[in-house]
Design a protein around this ligand. Structure first.
Ligand code: NAI
Ligand code: MG
Length: 482
């Protein structure tokens, strides 16, 4: 059954201005999933104008902050009530295992719940200037937030940007990725049905070069949140810079898991495997480098190898351990990287190619893969592969581990596994990344925790109260009285 989807502009479902469409496929089968309206520059323009009008309208700009919170609570509830439908749709669109898709929907609901509670607590300060003066600050909504999201966690990343923006009183034009636009469209419909006024959340599926570029370069957006590749991030940041529009950039990483020999290996192996194989490694914060202390290397690699080989790969809706890669293009890129790694001298201990099961032949599947004997300067240790491929590097001493971990253009997340609090906190203090986890990797959805990059992983912080800085602007009011 093929679906037909439209754009959501100003609370209306509409076709593209030129009636153009694009096809979205199910990566588990390669089959057509939906035909989706392809937003044009003119559609983007209409959506930005609608978002501006909503900003000024009584129903949103004029509403009490607590009312924004109430609408957001209803959105959270609706997402939870529709978890099965939404998870199934996400699983078909993106390929991820059903239980991971359910988690994504729950996390999306949690974003709306968390920021619902914040809507009426965005406060300013009074600043003491002495007798005869009253000085105060107000945190005003920044305005129209343009959000360009990727295909790896559509509903989660959609909610991650939309929830804090609307809590702050902003309005949003959301452009989902062409590879997986379905649940972002549902989010727009659900929000409208829950009472979010028309124009507050506009959803415009379309291509990067057309709809994405039109949005990023639009002179009337007030802020831009981008998640995706470094190269496109740089391009859209330049477009926004031409209009002096501030941006939040979340550009992925090559995050290390550092395992010391004294770690609880049961916990560690499970954590390390999940950090790379979740979502088939297509995660900005994937733990894609394992730095393991030499004395534990053989045991850790043996256990990871057993685990990787035992994983069931299959269509997302069959709820396997790992689903397919999003597209043929990404699959071929991953294959290419494994070949590069082998040429560089890495040794495959698990996986390494497409699964042999003929039943999976038409989907974009790749096996959970371990590359052992990787050295820090190899391309597979430096470049984001964005697939289920773990690069394993051996170290002897803590200083060496820290140096290798930091020898990266990225700095999004790091994991440290040890029973020694001194080692754990030393690494945490010296690692150059936006998040550090000790004896865990991630914490549920991490909705409450600031998330963002050092170095080329990006700038600005999403999730948590820190994200509000991106969606508000400070006005200072100084009064003289006698
Ligand atoms: P991408 O960076 O091209 O796509 C991300 C978003 O940007 C999509 O919505 C896309 O339509 C949009 N976009 C693309 N070109 C644009 C342009 N010229 N102007 C405005 N918007 C544009 O990522 P892609 O090609 O899907 O994946 C390639 C690589 O990017 C992956 O292998 C991975 O390394 C990285 N990536 C990182 C993600 C993260 O979570 N940080 C998510 C997706 C990809
Ligand atoms: Mg898809």
């Amino acid at each position: 059954m093929t679906m037909t989807e439209q754009l959501m502009i100003d609370g209306q479902k509409v076709g593209a201005s030129d009636a153009g469409t694009f096809e979205v496929c199910d990566p588990s089968s390669g089959e057509l999933l939906a035909t989706v309206a392809k937003a044009t520059k003119a559609d983007v323009d209409r959506a930005v104008q609608a978002a501006h009008a909503a900003l000024e309208a009584k129903a949103w700009g004029g509403a009490a902050p607590a009312e924004r919170g109430r609408v957001m609570i209803r959105i959270a509830q609706a997402l939870r009530e529709q978890v099965e439908e939404l998870a199934t749709l996400e699983s078909r669109d993106n390929g991820k295992p059903l239980r991971q898709a359910r988690t994504d929907v729950q996390v999306a609901a949690r974003y709306f719940e968390f920021f619902a509670g914040v809507a009426d607590k965005i406060m300013g300060n009074t600043i003491p200037l002495g007798p005869g003066f009253l000085d105060y600050t107000v945190r005003e909504p920044i305005g129209v937030s343009a959000q360009i999201i990727p295909w790896n966690y559509p509903i989660q990343i959609g909610a991650r940007g939309v929830a804090p923006a609307i809590a702050a009183g902003c309005t949003v034009v959301l452009k989902p990725a062409e590879d997986a636009p379905m649940t972002a469209l549902r989010l727009g419909e659900i929000a409208l049905a829950c009472g979010l006024p028309p124009g507050v959340l506009n959803v415009l599926p379309g291509t990067g070069p057309e709809a994405g570029a039109a949005l990023a370069s639009h002179p009337d957006i007030n802020q831009l949140t981008f998640t995706g590749s470094v190269s496109v991030g740089i391009a859209v940041a330049k477009m926004a810079a031409d209009n002096v529009v501030p941006v939040v950039m979340e550009l992925g990483g090559k995050s290390p898991n550092i395992v010391f020999a004294d770690a609880d290996l049961d916990l560690t192996v499970q954590g390390v495997a999940n950090a790379i194989f979740q979502n088939a490694g297509q995660t900005c914060s994937a733990g894609s480098r394992l730095l393991v202390q030499r004395t534990a290397h053989d045991e850790v690699v043996a256990r990871l190898t057993d685990r990787a080989k035992a994983m069931r790969v299959g269509p997302g809706v069959s709820d396997p351990d790992m689903g397919p890669i999003i597209s043929k293009k990404q699959l071929e890129m991953i294959e290419g990287y494994v070949k590069i790694g082998q040429r560089e001298g890495a040794q495959v201990t698990a996986g390494g190619g497409r699964p042999s099961d003929p039943a999976l032949g038409r989907g974009f599947f790749f096996q959970p893969t371990l590359l052992d004997r990787v050295s820090p300067e190899m391309r597979v240790a430096q470049e984001e592969i964005f697939g289920p491929v773990l690069a394993i590097i051996t170290f002897d001493e803590i200083e060496e581990a820290i140096a290798i971990a930091n020898r990266s253009q990225y700095g999004l997340v790091a994991g440290v596994w040890t029973r020694d609090i001194n080692k754990a906190l030393t690494v945490a203090s010296r690692i150059k990344s936006g998040q550090v986890y000790i004896n865990t990797y991630g914490a549920g959805g991490g909705v409450e925790l600031p998330f963002g990059g050092y170095k080329k992983s990006g700038y600005g912080r999403e999730k948590s109260l820190e994200s509000l800085a991106s969606y508000t602007q400070v006005k200072n009011v100084c009064v003289r009285f006698s």
